[in-house]
Design a protein. Structure first.
Length: 156
């Protein structure tokens, strides 16, 4: 039976997983350190997952970022009762990217946020400035439109 306990532990009690198959670039580590400093509550929402021996199953990069930021403690989710095969499965599945970002939704509803700073891989042209001539809509030219979006009323 799997048991889970969440508690604050000293950083020295946690052990990096020597078999962790993930790496992180210096640039991404710097972004992660900044992210954790800017929003420390995130660590209470996404604990570092460790096994009964305090070896990290999920959160190696967050742990390294905490070390770089000088943290003395971390919130750990201590999981006991997993088989070695289940631990290995968790390590991979915890880091698997099964989904993709909906760029249209990000552009329409989330573009006011520092998405790239938060680790979202954006297309190269995401941050390009829109030319002024493309920003204004010519109302006279739009007067003879034949189509209208039923959701937003945009005419073309």
């Amino acid at each position: 039976m799997v048991k889970v306990e969440i508690k604050t532990v000293k950083m020295g009690e946690i052990k990096l997983n020597p078999d962790n198959p993930r790496t992180i670039s210096k640039k991404d580590m710097a972004l992660l350190v900044k992210s954790l400093k800017d929003f420390p509550e995130m660590l209470e929402l996404r604990e570092i997952v460790v096994d009964e021996g305090m070896t990290i199953l999920g959160g190696n990069m967050r742990y390294l970022a905490l070390q770089k930021s000088g943290a003395k403690e971390a919130t750990a989710k201590i999981v006991t009762g997993l088989t070695p095969a289940q631990k290995r499965e968790f390590i991979v599945k915890d880091n698997a990217a099964f989904g993709d970002w909906n760029m249209e939704d990000l552009a329409n509803s989330w573009a006011d946020l520092p998405l790239a700073d938060w680790g979202v891989d954006l297309p190269e042209d995401w941050l390009k400035e829109i030319p002024e001539e493309n920003k204004a809509i010519d109302e006279e030219a739009m007067a003879d439109t034949k189509n209208e979006c039923p959701k937003c009323g945009f005419k073309w």
